[in-house]
Write a protein that binds this ligand. Structure first.
Ligand code: NAP
Length: 241
């Protein structure tokens, strides 16, 4: 069984890769950063599975097409796709540049089209597969200063539900997860004031951890979630309810 994880060089993606390797999946690892990827691959191999690196920019359609072709040739079947790669370019709308709007949409949203188009074609022939798209609470509820990011993550939810309807008859389940605030390099960039304000809103009064996200992805990739599709699972310590 093969799992593809995008943005697996660090943060949530690296932890998802390790968890799926621990679950027994061979892992095809994507990121922009080849050195970071190699480190994740080394750790995955400690679980006795195959792990191979496929550095590529997931916002580029042709690069994704070539990457998925290589992964299929290398591993044979494509069983799980985790669309995790993502970026932020935060700022208030009035001051947001067109460049930062387009970049976030390309990396967070178009990448999901690029990867699902290629991978689901293979899964349809197999008549099985799981896709897990990493959205965000910002896509569900919006967030001041994240007009571009919220737009991209809300789109991922629409794509997830449409694909779940399209691919359900072929035995492919498509779900999204919506993490709240998780301790990673992405959230390390927030100011102390921003962090304090966020903690105040979280019922459990703490950030989530990458292994808590990886555990949810493991469930959605495994046999116990076989009858779940088209859902968005918020994992936020009670940020909203
Ligand atoms: P992170 O630490 O910044 O890691 C993101 C990874 O994606 C990095 O390794 C990055 O590579 C890679 N990446 C960026 N652009 C890429 C591209 N065009 N092609 C391939 N790889 C690319 O972020 P994270 O916190 O782990 O977030 C992972 C996902 O969870 C994202 O989709 C994010 O939006 C979502 N999320 C995070 C939180 C949170 O609190 N952390 C909350 C909700 C949702 P480089 O290192 O080379 O840039």
């Amino acid at each position: 069984m093969t799992a593809i994880i995008t943005g697996a060089g660090r943060g949530i993606g690296a932890e998802i890769a390790l968890r799926l390797a621990k679950d027994g999946f061979n892992v095809a690892l994507n990121d922009l950063n080849a050195d970071a990827l190699a480190e994740t691959a080394g750790k995955c191999k400690e679980f006795g599975v195959e792990a191979e690196c496929f550095p590529a920019d997931v916002s580029k359609h042709d690069d994704c097409e070539a990457m998925v072709k290589s992964i299929k040739e290398r591993f044979g079947t494509l069983d799980v796709l985790v669309n995790n790669a993502g970026i932020t370019r935060d700022g208030l709308l009035a001051r947001m540049s067109e460049e930062n709007y387009d970049l976030v949409i390309a990396v967070n949203q178009k990448s999901v089209f690029n990867m699902m188009k290629q991978v689901c074609a293979v899964m349809m022939k197999q008549r099985s597969g799981r896709v897990i798209n990493v959205s965000s609470v910002a896509g569900l509820h919006g967030n001041a200063g994240q007009f571009n990011y919220s737009a991209s993550k809300a789109a991922v939810i629409g794509m997830t539900k449409s694909a779940a309807k399209e691919f359900g008859p072929r035995g492919i389940a498509v779900n999204a997860i919506a993490p709240g605030f998780i301790q990673t390099p992405m959230t390390d960039a927030l100011t102390d004031e921003q962090k304090a304000a966020i903690l105040n809103l979280i019922a459990m009064k703490r950030y989530g951890t990458v292994d808590e996200i990886a555990g949810l992805v493991s469930f959605l990739a495994g046999k116990d979630s076989a009858y779940i599709t088209g859902q968005v699972i918020e994992i936020s310590g009670g940020l909203s309810m």
